[in-house]
Write a protein that binds this ligand. Structure first.
Ligand SMILES: [Zn+2]
Length: 295
């Protein structure tokens, strides 16, 4: 088992101090050392065998990039790396180098550092697409700090906004011998996963764990322990993984979000039913971790 979650890992030197240095950024994008990651709609460019993320050089991107809208991701393998958006309404370019694919299918395929880089690129490109106007005064907003913030163009407002990250809890609840898994109606047949949901304003993560588990399954949770986290750029979640101990185990589907929820033993989880969460997800890592614990 890998020791971190897919998409996670500090593989990019984010070089936050460079974001505020327009001269350095301008030199970097002109340099032959620079690499560019296209995001076409919400898809990322991959190619080769084995599959890898395609990192373009300046001479390859031609006039497809607009220097004012490049997003500085940081230094990747020593190269300045920038993401840029391509409209999915135009035909996908770079067909000779690879094809644009959904990151949900790439997370466990790409090398971990590339999965981390393209998740970062995808999240920021999609964030910019939803932040064209100032939410306070309604004027246009433009990229700032190498595309790591946006700022209102109205000088009387000049409101700056930062990329959005939505914290969501995901929790493996156990009563010792069994763990609690649920499924939504639209999931593939037989697949179950850990309980998850977004934290709400004014709520601690532990509170969110207890509330979500109760709302979805009626199970009461006592002790809550942090496990690990995973960036989940679909489009902007941060999954915060927990393990928790049930203090009351009767299941009732209170809010109707789940189609079913059940308690499963380790033996059942090894038997092929239920189908376990996909390997890309922190849910699978929580389940795998629990299975390996002493019975
Ligand atoms: Zn404004």
């Amino acid at each position: 088992m890998q020791n971190y979650n897919v998409f996670a890992g500090a593989f990019v030197d984010r070089s936050g101090e460079r974001r505020k240095d327009p001269d350095w950024l301008a030199r970097a994008v002109q340099s032959s050392d620079c690499r560019f990651l296209p995001v076409w709609g919400d898809k990322c460019l991959v190619g080769g065998d084995p599959l890898h993320a395609v990192l373009l050089e300046r001479r390859q991107v031609g006039d497809l990039i607009d220097d004012d809208h490049l997003i500085f991701l940081g230094l990747f393998r020593g190269h300045p790396a920038f993401a840029f958006a391509l409209s999915s309404e135009v035909r996908a370019p770079f067909g000779e180098l690879g094809e644009f694919q959904d990151l949900r299918f790439l997370g466990t395929v790409l090398p971990p550092d590339e999965a981390n880089l393209v998740a970062h690129a995808r999240a920021l490109v999609l964030w910019h697409a939803t932040q064209r106007f100032c939410g306070l005064c309604g004027s246009s907003a433009r990229p700032e700090s190498g595309g790591n913030t946006r700022i209102c163009v109205n000088p009387d407002c000049a409101r700056e906004v930062f990329p959005r990250v939505d914290p969501a809890i995901i929790v493996l609840v156990s009563d010792g011998d069994r763990c609690l898994l649920g499924r939504q109606a639209h999931w593939p047949e037989g697949r179950y996963s850990t309980i998850a949901g977004f934290a709400e304003p004014g709520e601690s993560l532990e509170d969110a764990v207890r509330r979500e588990v109760y709302e979805e399954t009626n199970v009461h949770v006592g002790d809550v322990q942090y496990h690990s986290s995973q960036p989940w750029p679909f489009p902007s979640s941060l999954m915060l993984g927990f393990t928790a101990t049930a203090s009351k185990t009767d299941i009732r589907l209170n809010d109707g979000e789940l189609e079913d929820a059940q308690w499963f033993t380790r033996k059942e989880l090894r038997s092929g039913f239920p189908k376990l969460p996909f390997r890309i997800s922190i849910a699978r890592r929580l389940v795998d971790h629990w299975i390996t614990l002493e019975e």
